[in-house]
Design a protein around this ligand. Structure first.
Ligand code: ZN
Length: 656
């Protein structure tokens, strides 16, 4: 199912080492219990070092004796039960899929465990691997603050490692946990096994010997290597190959722990373009992973809301939510830089964005978790099983930037921002939706600079147009096929202004398409320093942001084709999502305008939409109360006046 929402969860994450036997923690959770609690290494068998106690740091640990491990099992069972009893419905601990810690020469860390492996068979440990764990690894670097202690990156295709990982997950759920979080999921391994598997992968993808040579420069299997970050098609195939490796790992873990249990892998952050570019080739691919998991995490730094007094600098997670909705997984959106206010807004984003969760860093009872949870419980019928309703489809193809077509990615980010600012209803469209029957739900489709397209996708797009669709493209869309060869006819139509059947293609240079802003947070380098981020926003504001400049061709085209913004009078800080189900429509209004310690209310918003059904009732729901709204419906246009939006308003329309 595509673009179908689900009710969001409230979700807290905290890796502190002091959670076990901690009454204060239980008290905090009882006060504001989230649905999901994500803890750290509160395990007997950690992924990074085996059965160890950590004393506040990874390089300070004790290997548990088998007797201590058995005792620890009991302690942790009680601990997990106490978290459930305090109100958390789902509790998951941490494992990492790509690294172990220690020192293989000094036999520290994972090696101390390996040398004592036989002692732990009673816990269900698989047979002791014959190859020393150092042979599972492909690179190492010093642990911060202790040069004797190292982080070793492990090949994810290594069978011994996969067996051990699956065991840690299985043992975790035997302690009462409801699933597992799997961190990092990125690899740059080029070991012999990886190369051999990659070769088989390329053969499966039907690259012949000539193509291996002309496309990748491989004269024989011996030449074969995996791609780095900027090697075009080789990077893309490397990424897909590694993504398949992670997908099969997740699937195997889920099969082991039970498919009804939760597995949440961490993926790339999407808040900056630079963050996505850095990770090209590493195996991150939510579209592949989603075939094996229900949830995927995006770990972002900024929290949502405005970042300057004029309200022009807005950070939101709308791209993440819309992408997840399109692909069909639940996003766990972690935002580190949140206070109670931005945390409230981040939770609201999950409500309005179609489900998933805002992942609150720290076990801190702001009151947001219970507020959201109660709202969800009261209004389940408005939050689940609805289809995103949108006039516009914005096509986002992750293969484009991974293979070096960065313009596509950049334009998608600008366009997403533009559509949100201007209150158009839009969905993201991914590769799997490039089928004429699916595309026909959109009045207009925006396809920015999609240089590389398979002929079947080109045909689907042209069929969409000939059935009456409006397709807006930029630059060299459709110039090459998926292998990078010049595209065959009729792909050139995608970069022309032509009428086709009942519809039309508009093609233009991106610079002419929409007005651009001088400053966008997504154009920044990935920033890990909050104060530096705030500084950049402040100086951008001081240098004068004004309003965006340039021609607005897109607005004219949309207007001509009858696609209008859904709100009049609304500031750009108000962002709107719309969903339909049967005789109900749910319109979510989210206010990103933050002032001194509170939300700056948006007032007198006029919602306006075409309507060919009879409207029975219009209600408005804030997080705390529900009231009726006045509406008029004439000449097939529904108008609703929204007096004010503080943080969030859900407008529900009932048809008869
Ligand atoms: Zn490898």
């Amino acid at each position: 199912m595509c673009w179908v929402n689900s009710k969001p969860l409230t979700y807290w994450i905290d890796y502190s080492f002091n959670h076990v036997n901690n009454p204060a923690l239980l008290e905090t959770i009882r006060k504001d219990a989230p649905d999901l609690l994500h803890v750290g290494h509160d395990l007997v068998f950690t992924a990074v070092m085996g059965p160890v106690y950590f004393m506040g740091r990874f390089d300070q640990y004790n290997l548990m004796s088998p007797e201590q491990a058995a005792e620890r099992e009991n302690v942790l069972r009680t601990y997990v039960r106490s978290l459930h009893d305090a109100g958390a419905k789902i509790v998951i601990p941490y494992i990492i899929s790509v690294a172990i810690l220690g020192n293989h020469e000094k036999r520290e860390g994972f090696w101390r465990f390996y040398d004592n492996w036989d002692k732990y068979y009673r816990f269900g440990l698989p047979e002791k691997p014959k190859r020393d764990p150092v042979e599972w690894t492909y690179r190492r670097y010093k642990h911060q603050g202790n040069p004797e202690f190292m982080v070793y990156d492990v090949c994810i295709f290594n069978g011994d490692w996969r067996k051990y990982l699956k065991f840690t997950a299985e043992h975790a759920v035997s302690l009462g946990y409801d699933g597992i979080f799997v961190d990092v999921n990125a690899t740059r391994c080029e070991c012999e096994e990886c190369r051999s598997l990659f070769y088989q992968y390329l053969l499966r993808k039907k690259y012949n010997a000539n193509e291996m040579k002309s496309l990748f420069g491989f004269n024989s299997a011996a030449d074969l290597r995996l791609g780095g970050r900027e090697e075009g098609l080789l990077t893309l195939e490397t990424n897909l190959f590694r993504a398949e490796g992670f997908t099969s790992l997740f699937r195997e873990i889920r099969e082991r722990i039970g498919v009804n249990r939760t597995l949440i892998p961490n993926c790339w952050p999407m808040s900056t373009i630079s963050g996505l570019l850095r990770r090209r080739g590493n195996g991150h691919d939510p579209e592949k992973w989603a075939s094996a998991v229900e949830w995927i995490m995006f770990e972002e730094n900024p929290g949502p809301g405005t970042y300057c007094p004029c309200g022009q600098i807005i950070y939101d997670n709308i791209l993440q939510y819309k992408y997840a909705l399109a692909v069909g997984f639940k996003p766990a959106v972690l935002n580190y830089w949140v206070d109670s206010l931005r945390g409230r807004l981040a939770n609201i984003e999950a409500l309005a964005g179609g489900g998933g969760a805002f992942v609150q860093p720290g076990f801190i009872a702001h009151g947001n978790a219970s507020l959201i949870r109660q709202f969800v419980d009261r209004n389940q019928t408005l939050l689940e099983g609805f289809h995103e309703r949108a006039d516009i489809g914005l096509v986002f193809l992750i293969d484009q930037h991974i293979r070096g077509n960065v313009d596509h990615l950049t334009q998608v980010y600008h366009l997403r921002r533009y559509l949100s600012d201007n209150h158009y209803t839009f969905s993201l469209v991914t590769h799997k939706h490039l089928v004429a029957n699916i595309l026909s739900r959109f009045r207009a489709l925006i396809l920015p600079e999609a240089k590389y397209l398979h002929a079947s996708k080109v045909n689907a797009l042209l069929e969409y147009v000939s059935r009456g669709g409006i397709l807006v493209t930029t630059g060299e869309t459709g110039k090459f096929n998926e292998k990078g060869y010049p595209a065959q006819k009729p792909a050139e139509m995608l970069s022309q202004n032509v009428e086709l059947g009942e519809g039309r293609i508009f093609s233009m240079r991106f610079e002419k398409m929409i007005p651009l802003r001088k400053f966008e947070t997504f154009m920044l380098e990935e920033e890990t320093d909050r104060l530096a981020f705030l500084d950049k926003c402040r100086s951008a504001h001081e240098n004068g942001l004004d309003i965006p400049r340039g021609t607005d061709t897109l607005r004219r085209i949309l207007e001509e084709t009858g696609v209008k913004p859904i709100a009049k009078n609304a500031p750009i800080t108000l962002r709107i999502n719309m969903f339909d189900k049967g005789d109900l429509r749910a319109i979510h209004l989210v206010n990103y305008a933050l002032g001194n310690g509170g939300f700056i209310e948006a007032e007198n918003i006029l919602l306006r939409m075409n309507m060919d059904r009879i409207v029975q009732e219009v209600k408005a729901l804030t997080l705390k109360e529900t009231f009726k709204l006045d509406f008029t419906c004439s000449d097939k246009v529904l108008e609703i006046i929204v007096p004010e939006v503080a943080d969030y308003l859900l407008v529900s329309v009932k048809f008869s």
